[in-house]
Design a protein around this ligand. Structure first.
Ligand code: GLA
Length: 402
């Protein structure tokens, strides 16, 4: 009886709701369902990036097969900004004569383009920031066809946080969060799907609040440098953050230094493997036109990339460490598991090999898998001895039993 009485009301509600639903704009396209992959100008070119260099990077992504392997975003970092005109519209500087034309060029290659700004008055390299022009800048990016924004705190710290709340850290953090929220809303209001990358070095447990304001990735630490110690320190700091990563929202341990600085091949391999284990964004930061074949081989290892891009989006955790050897495990879709055994110390010879304890990984009996760096099949057994060179890694995929 009660049901019947309420029926006409329900029908009425539906009749009126239908046109309203129809009028609603299509939901914005979902971005970053797997960790973003591409290239960023900062780690190698820093302030020297220009239009020509970005076009060359786009060309190389295609020519080297990196695009086919998944590297899609061509991201211009700091130092592209010029001055604002009388109406506040930001201009590019002389290194970037025509951003729209550059975006069109990058898009014509089947790639996407990213840009950089700061919520403060200035960027980290002291170029023009977005403070007070957030909506205007977001609209400008959308008009140019930008697909990705890295938003870097920098001068917002002294210019707003410390100035407006000199002795109140919590109030400073609230100002910071509000600034990111503002740009998140401004990007959304453009209606263009734009990946929103927060860069504020992990302050105030960013992983807890960034997804709610539209953040697709957030830096968890300070800047990476092309040295083993920097990479390994950042890696160790990712421990415990695994529950915050997932489709659409990722921890960002910073861009890749593969091929930069003086890292050995083993170190480059370990860096790349571990970023894949962490479901980290894979943004190459090297000089693509002059990339050595062995570096290309690392960056285009499809098996390792597939771990990074696994659709389940579960970040690895460090299951145990013994001395200087770390054992990480990542659960993948279809019940598969990736295991990484990393030697942060000196060479492990046959005299004192590392003994991998499978039971600690929840694996019992012989596990048949694939060594992702040799491409060879391997059997992992109970307490098996493993020799690992210094700073190198054993990475094995054990397929799922569906
Ligand atoms: C900060 C960021 C870097 C880079 C520079 C640019 O240091 O953390 O990744 O964007 O600014 O100035």
């Amino acid at each position: 009886m009660r049901f019947l009485a309420s029926l006409p009301l329900a029908v009425l509600a539906l009749t009126f709701a239908a046109p309203a639903l129809k009028a609603q704009a299509a939901p914005p396209q979902v971005v970053a369902q797997t960790p973003p992959m591409g290239w960023n100008s900062w780690n190698y070119f820093a302030g020297k990036v220009d239009d020509k260099g970005v076009r060359a990077a786009a060309d190389q992504l295609v020519a080297t097969g990196m695009k086919d392997a998944g590297y899609i975003y061509v991201n211009i970092d700091d130092t592209w900004e010029g001055q604002r005109d009388a109406s506040g519209v930001l201009q590019t500087n002389s290194k970037f004569p025509n951003m729209k034309a550059l975006a069109d060029y990058v898009h014509s290659k089947g790639l996407k383009i990213g840009i950089y700004s700061s919520p403060g008055p200035k960027t980290c390299a002291n170029f023009e920031g977005s403070l007070g022009h957030e909506e205007q800048d977001a609209k400008l990016y959308a008009d140019w066809g930008i697909d990705y924004l890295k938003y870097d705190l920098c001068s917002f710290i002294p210019a707003v946080m410390q100035k407006q709340a000199p002795n109140d850290k919590a109030a400073q953090m609230r100002l910071m969060i509000t600034a990111y929220e503002k740009m998140g809303k401004a990007l959304k209001a453009t209606g263009r799907p734009i990946v929103f990358s927060l860069c504020q070095y992990g302050w105030d447990s960013v992983w807890e609040w960034a997804p709610a304001l539209g953040g697709n990735l957030w830096r968890t630490t300070g800047d990476i440098e092309p040295r083993w110690n920097s990479m390994y320190t950042i890696l160790s700091q990712q421990e415990g953050l695994q529950s915050y990563a997932g489709p659409g929202h990722w921890n960002d341990p910073d861009m890749l230094e593969v091929g930069n600085g003086r890292m050995t091949l083993a170190e480059n391999r370990t860096h790349f493997s571990m970023w894949a284990m962490l479901a980290a964004p894979l943004l190459a930061g090297n000089d693509l036109p002059n990339m050595k074949p062995e570096i290309k081989a690392i960056l285009t290892n499809r098996d390792v990339i597939a771990i990074d891009q696994d659709k389940l989006g579960k970040q690895a955790s460090r299951v145990y460490s013994e001395g200087e050897v770390d054992v990480w495990e990542r659960h993948l879709s279809g019940g598969a598991v990736a295991i990484a055994v990393l030697n942060a110390g000196s060479d492990r010879y046959s005299t004192h090999p590392f003994h991998l304890n499978l039971a600690k990984l929840g694996l019992y009996g012989t596990q048949h898998g694939k060594n992702l760096w040799t491409g060879k099949e391997v059997d992992l057994t109970g307490n098996m001895p493993i020799e690992i060179p210094s700073h190198d890694i054993l990475m094995v995929l054990i397929p799922g039993h569906k």
